[in-house]
Design a protein around this ligand. Structure first.
Ligand code: APR
Ligand code: ZN
Ligand code: ZN
Length: 361
């Protein structure tokens, strides 16, 4: 039996999204049907709408979501109907070389639901990042669901499904930020701010926030930045060095994705410090660095994939910390909106007015 629900669809490249009625099938083997309670609006949704990720239109957008499992298919035991879950982009296989080496975020055999959700005329939808949760219900692989404490609101929980997890994980999992460290974060959007919150959680002593937008620096301070640098006014590398006794930060997190900020991150780290790259560059971008600097500075250059997170370990832990008042996730929810306001939220996001608009169903 198919479920008819309302959903946000991007029908063609660059065109405004529309609210449609779609068919969501009952879960097959290994699948789960989830009643979506909240889903954040992310830049990636806009990239999908604009054809920047794939040409596989029509897309069903939305991928930072939490909800209640409504039904599960054959063989599913990890979640049961009634569970409050956060969705992640892909279920991992647990058996490939990457999974066996304890790095499932590099899994070669990730999967999503096999069955397709469709428009009423039968056209198959491509769910953004294998989720498609700007919808009253969505169909995912059961392995994309992680059960967390239902005391957290869905709007907050859903954030962990993408940008906020990427930022917290960049600091904690990839950067290995620890007690007493100095950390610099370049770019204080949702991802950078989450890296700041993660650094505070990990016990960093100094957290230096860098952005070109003064409003972003103010929010960064609320989330734990101890110093802020407007890089339109001063050279952030110099300021970071000055603030760290002339050396540079132990961990520098780049959350913009541009050559000039990659370069700043590279030079703002202490000798043997770690640079964590979480900002995603475009295919045309390159960066030239003197090899002697690469060799001579030691340390590590690491990119962070989805915060190198293990959903089953990290989602419940971060929700627990949130419920204990030790991790401010509420600060990321700038506004809650209805399903038919996604297009409006794209505009606000484009103007840098919000960290996250969250659709609440
Ligand atoms: N220097 C410093 N900050 C900059 C610069 C710059 N040259 N250019 C832009 N910024 C700031 C913006 O002002 C903004 O606050 O970087 C921030 C980017 O934030 P968002 O646009 O909200 O993006 P976000 O969702 O945080 O993602 C950041 O991480 O995962 C990736 O794909 C994602 O590449 C993107 C990055
Ligand atoms: Zn996202
Ligand atoms: Zn695998």
């Amino acid at each position: 039996m198919a479920h008819q629900v309302r959903a946000v669809v991007a029908r063609e490249k660059g065109a405004p999204v529309t609210l449609e009625t779609i068919n969501v099938p009952d879960p097959g083997p290994g699948e789960a049907l989830v009643k979506v309670e909240a889903c954040g609006v992310c830049h990636t949704d806009l990239h999908y709408r604009d054809g920047g990720i794939s040409d596989d239109f029509p897309f069903l957008l939305g991928h930072e979501a939490a909800g209640i499992v409504e039904a599960v298919g054959e063989g599913v035991t990890d979640v049961v109907p009634g569970d409050f879950v956060i969705l992640n982009w892909r279920a991992v296989c647990g058996q490939c070389r990457a999974c066996l080496r304890g790095r499932p975020w590099y899994c070669f055999n990730t999967h999503n639901a096999k069955q397709k959700m469709t428009l009423l005329d039968g056209t198959e939808l491509s769910p953004a990042l294998g989720i498609g949760a700007f919808a009253e219900k969505t169909l995912v692989a059961a392995g994309q669901c992680t059960k967390v404490d239902p005391a957290a609101s869905a709007a907050v929980a859903g954030l962990l499904g993408c940008g906020v997890m990427a930022g917290i994980g960049a600091a904690i999992n990839t950067g290995g930020v620890g007690r007493g460290d100095s950390v610099a974060v370049i770019g204080c959007g949702g991802v950078g701010d989450a890296a700041i919150a993660g650094s505070r959680l990990a016990g960093a002593a100094k957290i230096i926030a860098v952005d070109i937008d003064q409003r972003k620096l103010e929010t960064a301070r609320k989330l734990g930045a101890t110093h802020t640098v407007n890089s339109q006014e001063t050279d952030p590398v110099e300021v970071i060095r000055r603030l760290t006794g002339g050396f540079g930060a132990d961990v520098v997190i780049e959350a913009v994705g541009r050559p000039e900020t990659y370069r700043q991150a590279f030079y703002a780290r202490d000798l043997a410090g770690t640079v964590v790259l979480v900002g995603v560059p475009t295919p045309d971008m390159t960066l030239e660095l003197p090899l002697l600097d690469v060799f001579g500075r030691g340390g590590a250059l690491k990119s962070s994939w989805y915060g190198d997170c293990l959903p089953s370990r990290d989602f419940p832990m971060l929700i627990d910390l949130y419920l204990q008042g030790r991790l401010d996730l509420d600060a990321f929810v700038s506004e809650t909106i209805a399903l038919d306001e996604v297009e409006k939220a794209f505009k606000r996001m484009h103007h840098g007015e919000v960290l996250r608009s969250v659709v609440v169903l």
